[in-house]
Design a protein around this ligand. Structure first.
Ligand code: MOS
Length: 770
């Protein structure tokens, strides 16, 4: 444990040396391209059906694979009958642990090895052992999908079952404290929170529960795998990290990373579920090797919820103590989540309380319970989402006990410095966000008593909650190339998840290099391009942006060198610090009209192009070591609850955000709205139900696992303060995940105001409001 903590601190030290340069980036206030609502560069391809997703790439000789899932949680396969399936005409193979190619154990991605590329270190189909209910036990490969599906039903399997740990509640007695929660200690102790709570004049001390949740991106986890000879593998995959998938496959099949190429042109939703590879990806490659033909493997909707880990159930206690005038004197946040017996990832639900409120006494402690389930993993602001439900509900409960406006309670506890790190905030405009959203919403600081507002058959209530998401940086390398015809092309392996990254980087390139928008190009999603890690943590825009910034610096130098070699150049003898990239060329800072265009510079030197790489390292949350950096938001919501049926409808949702500089208000708004819709789903519908006797998922389709549809969501109003962060390149901060954080609490708080009933166990279904 000590060694691991040492390793973390060393990593942190190394990374802190690479913090973004706080020297002013002139682009923080640039507004020619940045800040404008450009339509998505890939919009036309998508709406005309020309965008090719993972399994839409035509390859000659394609075959189709279907997964058979285990029906027990723990034990061994004792009997396998594949003959009936194999004898179906058109079936090419039934792959099981008996005939699957040998694959090494995958390695879990972490801060120390972000390129490892797997979500779990459970071996894939290498023995008769079963470690969760739903694990892949066979893959049927056939000429058509229909044949593969039919034959999958003919595979006969019997098991020797062993007792499994399946219930978090039942295993709580065996809970342990994880070594690390992502990059931070599982425990924080400032002052004496227990003692302070005991003497606090006003206390709210409650338990909250968030349910198991499954990933259900519109495009399922899906791949095509094709071997070229024995040692070249091409994979089209729906992933957030082509290099992660590449390294994972290279490790498992004993290849060099250069022997594996992973291409991801488009992703139909990911939300953390595709940050790293699940077993379906190596299984596609193994099946392709076994049958000697390309294999297409798209998990079924049920398959996604069994093979792909979602969000752990959490049980949390939040205890808040305050003075009579609403100053926090004690904050306690503890609880339980799960991890598997093989993996270590723990959902960081205590992160919001570490940053949001000032209190002299803070106690935080996370525990984990080992269960025989699929590894839970990153899912839509992992940690902050379930954690904020508990914390922001608790703040509302405390405000009610104090008889204080919940907005005012939050404002009275705004910290001057980061409450747990003691560092200064690079930028924090939460007060302004509350003021803006409260004004637009028409917030009434003296709301009537809960359960007293009625319109006909409907009870009306309003609620607020704070949104928060930390700044992280992803390891990114890009190559920027300026061509003799005045175009600029930036390329990197990192992907565009559909949120607008390629669009905002095209804007960035145009702005940074001073070229028309049509001359800027952003290429992405292929491991043949410079290596960048997963797009995740709402960090891709800033991280890719920082790498482009770094490359632009190098290109400035290279272009100046070209000018120095040319006797006719007006830039001969000019110093580096006196030139900048602008207006399609290199120009003097002191005499803005003096300079040369890219065409002139490259033409004179006879070069077709000039190029440079730019890169930034990983720093998951370590930016917080020197400066506390995060995005913030204020959610305001109004619900109505039917007096008899107890149906809940969200009527209005308005939010204001401090997400730093907004690159593109159109794509940013879409991300925020998407996150809030997910938060409404979390508040009212989403719940994966497992049979705790068998570990079997009872909600394996969207028929049972409910998510919001259009009729469930209101019109949204989203406001951005658009204040550039002084540390980040371009002034950007996270957009995306921040919006799901706090949403469920805002809804729950509004439901309380409508009904007088406080629901602490999500989702808020009608039965809990009777
Ligand atoms: Mo996000 S859950 O880091 O893709």
């Amino acid at each position: 444990k000590a060694a691991l903590i040492d390793a973390t601190l060393n990593t942190v030290e190394t990374l802190v040396g690479h913090l973004p340069d706080p020297a002013p980036d002139p682009l923080r206030n640039a507004r020619e391209f940045i800040g404008k609502p450009y339509p998505r560069v890939d919009g036309r391809l998508k709406v005309t059906g020309q965008a090719r997703y993972a399994t839409e790439h035509p390859i000659a000789g394609m075959t189709h694979a279907v997964v058979v899932h285990s029906s027990i949680a723990k034990g061994k396969i004792s009997h396998l009958d594949t003959q009936a399936a194999e004898s179906v005409p058109g079936v090419l193979a039934v792959m099981t642990h008996r005939n699957a190619p040998r694959m090494k154990t995958p390695e879990t991605a972490s801060l120390f090895n972000p390129v490892a590329g797997s979500n779990t270190s459970v071996p894939v189909m290498q023995s008769a052992d079963i470690t969760w209910n739903g694990e892949a036990v066979a893959v049927v490969v056939a000429e058509t999908l229909e044949l593969a599906n039919y034959a999958a039903g003919l595979v006969g399997i019997r098991y020797e079952e062993e007792p499994a740990a399946l219930s978090l509640e039942a295993e709580k007695g065996n809970a342990t404290i994880p070594t690390l929660v992502v990059t931070q200690s599982p425990e924080v102790n400032i002052g004496d929170a227990k003692a302070a709570l005991a003497v606090a004049p006003v206390v709210s001390d409650q338990e909250y529960e968030t349910p198991w949740q499954n990933q259900h991106a519109m495009e399922p986890h899906a791949s095509i795998a094709a071997w070229m000879g024995k040692d070249q593998l091409l994979v089209y995959d729906s992933t957030q990290s082509p290099p992660g998938v590449q390294h994972n496959l290279a490790r498992m099949f004993d290849l060099k990373p250069e022997q594996v190429r992973v291409v991801t042109e488009f992703v139909g939703g990911a939300f953390g579920g595709k940050v790293a590879a699940w077993s379906n990806v190596p299984l596609a490659a193994a099946a392709a090797r076994l049958v000697g033909r390309p294999v297409k493997l798209a998990l079924s909707r049920a398959g996604v919820s069994m093979v792909v880990g979602g969000r752990t159930l959490t049980q949390q206690r939040v205890a808040l103590g305050a003075t009579l005038d609403g100053k926090l004197t004690a904050m306690i946040h503890t609880g339980y989540g799960m991890r598997t017996t093989k993996d270590v990832w723990a959902e960081q639900y205590t992160f919001p309380i570490r940053h949001l409120y000032a209190s002299p006494n803070i106690h935080v402690l996370q525990k984990v319970v080992r269960l025989d389930r699929v590894q839970n993993s990153y899912m839509r602001a992992p940690g902050e989402t379930p954690g904020s439900f508990a914390l922001e509900s608790a703040m509302d409960e405390l405000a009610h006990k104090l008889g204080l406006d919940p907005v005012e309670l939050r404002m009275r506890n705004e910290p001057d410095k980061d409450p747990t790190h003691g560092t200064y905030f690079s930028s924090r405009h939460l007060r302004e966000a509350y003021a803006l959203a409260a004004g637009k919403f028409g917030w009434d600081p003296q709301r009537p008593e809960p359960g007293t507002q009625r319109e006909g058959d409907w009870l009306i209530g309003t609620g607020v909650a704070t949104a928060f998401y930390p700044v992280q940086q992803l390891p990114v390398t890009i190559k920027a190339r300026i061509t003799a015809d005045g175009h600029v092309e930036v390329s990197t392996s990192s992907i565009e998840m559909g949120v607008g990254l390629a669009t905002v980087q095209t804007q960035h390139i145009a702005e940074r290099f001073g070229v028309p928008y049509e001359r800027a190009r952003y290429l992405h999603g292929d491991t043949d391009l410079p290596m960048s890690q997963a797009s995740g943590g709402s960090a891709a825009t800033s991280s890719v942006g920082a790498a482009i910034h770094a490359a632009a610096d190098k290109l400035t130098e290279k272009l100046l060198k070209l000018a120095q070699r040319n006797k006719q150049s007006v830039l001969r003898g000019v110093k580096r610090k006196n030139v900048e990239l602008r207006a399609g060329g290199l120009y003097r800072l002191d005499q803005p009209a003096v300079g040369e265009s890219y065409e002139q510079l490259l033409g004179a030197s006879g070069q077709a192009f000039v190029e440079a790489e730019g890169s930034v390292p990983a720093s998951a949350l370590v930016l917080n070591m020197k400066t506390s950096m995060a995005s913030y938001g204020a959610h305001f919501c109004e619900v109505r609850v039917h007096a008899r049926t107890r149906q809940v409808q969200v009527r209005r949702f308005m939010s204001a955000f401090d997400c730093g500089r907004i690159m593109n208000p159109q794509t940013a708004r879409s991300q925020i709205v998407g996150g809030i819709i997910m938060g409404i789903g979390m508040a009212l519908m989403e719940e994966a139900v497992y049979d705790e006797r068998t570990g079997r998922l009872m909600t394996p389709s969207l028929g049972e696992y409910h998510v919001p549809v259009h009729a469930d969501v209101p019109e949204f109003e989203v406001y951005f303060l658009d204040e550039p962060d002084p540390v980040m390149p371009m002034g950007t901060k996270p957009v995306g995940e921040v919006s799901i954080v706090g949403t469920a609490a805002a809804v729950a708080n509004a439901v309380f105001q409508a009904t007088g009933i406080r629901v602490r166990h999500l989702p808020i279904t009608a039965d809990k409001l009777l």
